[in-house]
Ligand binder design. Sequence first.
Ligand code: SF4
Length: 330
Amino acid sequence: MIPFEYRRADDVATAVDTVARNPAASFLGGGTNLVDHLKLGVTTPEHLVDVTRLPLDDITATADGGLHIGATARNSDTAAHPDVRARYPVLAEALLSGASGQLRNLATVGGNLLQRTRCPYFQDVTTPCNKREPGSGCSALEGYQRYHAILGASRHCIATHPSDMAVAMVALDATVHVHGPDGARRVPAAELHRLPGDEPDRDTVLEHGELITAVELPPLPFAANSAYRKVRDRASYAFALVSVAAAVDLDGDGTVRDARIAFGGLAHKPWRARRAEDALRGGPATDERVARAADVELADAEPLEGNGFKVPMARGALTATVRRLAEGRG
Ligand code: SF4
């Protein structure tokens, strides 16, 4: 362990200023990912600013009928909140599928969004990894690829984003509230995370010193008919091979009026499936139509030698999820 300075922040402005002024400073949320990285030597900050005591843990209805979720709300509290469970069940299910109960009690909404890939080479400092050490190479290109990307990857990095919660938020058209040295701004959740390109060390569009303060879910009445499905190697405490977040609006005869779909486990970011949504609208939610919609979305997939199974797995996960919603969630 490398020595570092620790300070607990009392207000957002001081926290942002402290981190922004020092390139070797980081925010500390629940620590369920960052503390692992400190122990492994993946990151070596000089200064940690603990933001967990900031008054940002409120979950409240917004004036337009949406939901405001403070960045330091714990994952367990968010998953259990009555409005989340009733109006955005896809988010509750995604949170409950991620990690153990103990971790959910510590992990925050802001930290969950900013957790880093679980690519084994990223976490192993004895191996080359462009995300951890730019320019050093990508060990996964010729290595273990079971959990890696089939969409949007580059020759510099084929990692996937590990968050379940973020996939649900992207499907729900959430907006991320950010406070930085230049003031506040809002970022659509779908645009928060980046594809790797030639800068795989940058996971998000946030600049150093920008702090996530909240996430806002827009009013979306048919989000009450939403669900999250996670396919993984074990029944719990495992990251997604493939996951699907979906909300479907059906009329009385079963025609899809509208849909929101995002995939996890397929790319360096939660993958909003707008082409699949377009393909689903205007017809019945039959397995055949849903499978075709998945194929439209996955037409540009480039499976690797070690993860070709993800294409049929994603098709099957979307089909099963929409079937569940068409039958009334169950
Ligand atoms: Fe590193 Fe990305 Fe390659 Fe994994 S896939 S070794 S995170 S560069």
